[in-house]
Design a protein around this ligand. Sequence first.
Ligand code: XIL
Length: 365
Amino acid sequence: MRIHHLTRRRARSGLLAGLLAAASVLALGVTVAQPGTAEAAASLKSLADAKGRDIGFALDPNRLPEGPYKQIADAEFNLVVAENAMKWDATEPNPNQFTFGQGDAVVNYAASGGKKVYGHTLVWHNQMPNWTANLSGPDLLAAMKNHIAKVAGHFKGKIVAWDVVNEAFADGGSGGRRDSILQQRIGNSWIEEAFRAARAADPGAKLCINDYSTDGINAKSTAIYNLVRDFKARGVPIDCVGFQAHLIIGQVPGDMQANLQRFADLGVDVRVTELDIRMSTPANATKLATQAADYKKVVNVCLAVARCAGVTVWGITDKYSWIPGVFPGEGAALIWDENYAPKPAYQAVADALGSGPTPVPTTPV
Ligand code: XIL
C-alpha cells in the first residue's frame, strides 16, 4: 500500500519517473506480505523448514564459484548431498588411501549455511575404484568393511543419514538381487555386513538403502520391502529407505504414496533422494506443464507420509544434469533451466510445500 501511495504522488515528477520505474521493478522482486501471495515469493527452504521437512539438492562443489549456482544453493535448500564426491572411487582411489577433499568441501559448504548433509553412498556397484575389480570374495568383503569404517568414520557426526547400499536389486520382475561383483563374490550377506559396519562407524547417522524404479509398488520395491522387514526382524540395523525417483514426465506411479507408506509402516523413515523428471528434448510449454504437475505430485506424496523426511532434487540446473549424458535425447529434468531461470516445476514445488497445514512444533519433554 505504501508503495502504491508513493507511486501515485511521485509519478507527477518527470525527473523521478525513471528512478520510480527502477524502484517498482525492485519492489516486484521482494516478498510482499499480502495474504495468498507471500508463499509464491518464499524460498523452497523456508517453506520446507516450516513443514519440518528436508528439501535437498545434489551438489558438485566445483560449481560453487558460478554465481547463480551458489545463490540458488544458498537460498533454496536446507540439505545437501554430494553428487559424486563421497562415492567409493572418489574417496578411496587406491587401497586404504583416502581422499576426502571433495567430500569435505561438501560438508564445509553445508556447515557454512546451516544445511544438513545426506551421505551418498558407501557401497554401490558403480563408481567403484578399479582396484576392487579383481579381489576375491573375502578380500572384497574386507575392503568393503574397511571402506565403510574409514569413510563413515571420517564424516562421523556430520551426516544425518547415509545411503549405505545403493541399487542392490535387479531390474524387472525377478525380485532378486542385482548380479554385481559384491553379490557374486560375497553372496547375500554383503548388504547386512555393510549396514553393521556403517552402524559401528557412525552410530548417530541413520542408515538407508536406496534404489531406482522402486517408487511404485512392484517386484523390485517389494524385494527391498522384504529385506527391510527381514532386517527389522533379525535386528540388522536399518533406519530408512531412499526412493531415487528418476522419473519421466507423465509417469509418476499412482501408488507412490501407498508404496512409501508401506515402508514407513515397517518402522523406517522414507525419503525421495534423487528426484528429476525428464522429457524428450527440446522442452515445450506442454511438457513443462506436465513436469510441473508431476513435481507437485511427488512433493505431495512425501508431505502425505508422516515418516517422509524430505525430497532431494538431483541437481540445480538443466545445464549440469546427468540426464542427457545417460539418456540421449532426453533432459530438461530439473526445476531451473540452463540459464538458471525457474521453470514451472519450481513454482509447483513451492506451491506444494506452501500448501496444507503447517505442523505445530512439538515441545520437548
Ligand atoms: C550420477 C551423477 O549424477 C553423475 O555425475 C555420475 O557421472 C554418475 O552418477 N543413481 C545414483 C547417483 O545413485 O549416484 C547417480 O549419479 C545417478 C543415478
